[in-house]
Ligand binder design. Structure first.
Ligand SMILES: NC(=O)c1ccc[n+]([C@@H]2O[C@H](COP(=O)([O-])OP(=O)(O)OC[C@H]3O[C@@H](n4cnc5c(N)ncnc54)[C@H](O)[C@@H]3O)[C@@H](O)[C@H]2O)c1
Length: 229
């Protein structure tokens, strides 16, 4: 990808799933990558993105490791499955705090370090259409999309900001939640008849961070095998 070699990249949630694949892809492109996540991992700073003070400390460490930030992939996120009528307030707040406020914290600190740069956020097709049993998650992801679009307007032309909206992605944890029958049933409802691989989402992040995407900002891009079509 044009222009990624030597870029200083921060990926949140880089220890698992989409984030892990994204770290690998950017490293393969010659970028210098640091992850920020709650659990331990290689070249990872342990930090809860919902906690402003922890995020401040994490970015101070990023400064020591990379000397600045050119690309942020704000990807850390959680979901808690529950019917709307049974969502507990503490769970509602936690999902919003991690998925939406976490991106606010990281994007603000990253943008303040950028002369020119790219901020990419992981939203979801759940931020585009309603999905049962994930009201808090869906609301957080819809918020992520408009946060990204607003940042795109305010930070242009120095910084491009885009939201990526994956559909069903077969991460190891997601696979563990399915029986073979459940996986087959979900696949059958997707026009391309399969889940995405994490590496396919990582490839979109790499493209959007590259110079090839220099005219793309303020977009919410679905990568969903046709799910929302
Ligand atoms: N897997 C899917 O099907 C799918 C679909 C659409 C969108 N997404 C979104 O993609 C992103 C990554 O999902 P995944 O399936 O790869 O997740 P995952 O559970 O495999 O990994 C989550 C990562 O986020 C980190 N994380 C979680 N809470 C955190 C916190 N409070 N502070 C810092 N880091 C934290 C974890 O340490 C881990 O590195 C999430 O935002 C998720 O909502 C996933």
């Amino acid at each position: 990808m044009k222009g990624l070699s030597g870029k200083r990249v921060v990926v949140t949630g880089g220890t698992s799933g989409i984030g892990e694949a994204t770290c690998r892809r950017f490293r393969d492109e010659g970028a210098r990558v640091v992850s920020i996540a709650v659990d331990d991992g290689e070249e990872n700073i342990v930090c809860d993105v919902a906690d402003a003070a922890q995020v401040e400390r994490a970015f101070a460490r990023v400064d020591e490791l990379l000397g600045g930030v050119d690309v942020l992939v704000a990807n850390a996120g959680i979901s808690i499955r529950a019917p709307f009528l049974e969502i507990r307030e503490e769970d509602w707040r936690r999902v919003l705090d991690v998925n939406l406020t976490g991106i606010f914290h990281c994007a603000q600190l990253a943008a303040r370090r950028m002369d020119e740069g790219v901020i990419l956020v992981t939203a979801s097709t759940n931020g585009l259409t309603g999905h049962e049993n994930y009201a808090d998650y869906n609301a957080s992801k819809a918020g992520v999309i408009l946060l990204a679009r607003t940042m795109a307007r305010e930070l242009a032309p120095r910084i491009r900001v885009n939201a990526v909206c994956p559909g069903y992605v077969l991460t190891p944890m997601q696979r563990a939640e399915y029986t073979d029958e459940m996986l087959a049933a979900v696949n059958d409802g997707i026009p391309l008849k399969r889940h995405a691989e994490p590496s396919e989402i990582a490839a979109l992040f790499a493209f959007l961070a590259s110079d090839d995407a220099r005219y793309i900002t303020g977009a919410a891009i679905a990568i969903d095998g046709g799910e929302t079509a």
